[in-house]
Design a protein around this ligand. Structure first.
Ligand code: ADP
Ligand code: TYD
Length: 206
């Protein structure tokens, strides 16, 4: 069996990342892997500030938000007790709900993507995903899911924003196609069909 993998799930809000992570975790566990699932923004100190910003209870400029996401990610990776670099050394297969492609897509709607990519070089050097799995859902379907399941919406949860973010994801995938392993799945399908395709891809790396 191959070494433990670092897997990042990406997609616009409501694309089905958490649903798919649970299924992927189960399949990896059944195949005998130690799995650690995690997410960004984290539930740490900086992640908590970000949640308040996303909900609108703290106001911040988009450049400040981009900086905070970078700091949150560095702590997610490098924290001496809970950091992902340590988890990988301990042999866990790590699945993260969002990683640096989220920053490239969400922040590039307001600022230069190249700056965001350059700033995240520290993270890429610390831990580059073995695979970035992108669940591609149309913004219309995503908004329907968000509206059906939640009271209130967050900063980026409107159709224009999600359209712009989806476009930026594809721009980032093109820009980084030689450096990153990216797999795109059509997320406008059933949960089971998406899960099967993601498992086929991930198991091919094991
Ligand atoms: P994310 O973590 O990307 O925000 P979730 O996994 O929480 O997305 O999914 C958002 C909502 O859409 C949830 O209510 C979930 O049950 C539903 N959902 C997820 N995947 C699908 C799918 N393929 N088809 C229909 N509904 C889905
Ligand atoms: P998340 O809780 O994953 O939302 P959802 O489950 O709806 O996908 O992410 C919260 C929000 O944070 C989401 O709108 C994307 C945004 N975000 C950024 O703007 N930059 C980042 O670097 C990350 C990781 C997330």
């Amino acid at each position: 069996m191959k070494k433990n993998l670092f897997i990042a799930l990406e997609g616009i809000d409501g694309s089905g990342k958490s649903t798919q992570i649970k299924l992927l975790e189960q399949r990896l566990t059944d195949a005998g892997h130690k799995v650690y699932t995690t997410f960004e923004p984290t539930d740490g100190m900086i992640g908590s500030v970000l949640r308040s910003i996303l909900k609108g209870s703290i106001k911040a400029d988009h450049r400040t938000i981009a900086g905070l996401f970078l700091a949150d990610r560095l702590d997610h990776l490098l924290n001496e007790e809970t950091g992902l670099v340590k988890k990988m050394k301990e042999g866990y297969t790590v699945i993260t709900d969002r990683y640096y492609f989220s920053s490239y897509a969400y922040h590039a709607t307001h600022m230069d993507m190249d700056w965001v990519i350059a700033a995240n070089k520290l993270c890429a050097e610390a831990l580059r995903p073995d695979i970035n799995l992108f669940i591609d859902v149309s913004p219309e379907i995503s908004m329907q899911r968000i509206n059906a399941n939640r009271v209130g919406t967050e900063l980026f949860e409107n159709i224009d924003s999600l359209r712009a973010v989806r476009e930026k994801y594809f721009e980032a995938f093109t820009k980084l196609k030689d450096d990153e392993h990216i797999f795109i799945t059509n997320g406008d399908r059933t949960v089971a069909a998406i899960a099967d395709e993601l498992w086929e891809k991930v198991s091919s790396l094991l």
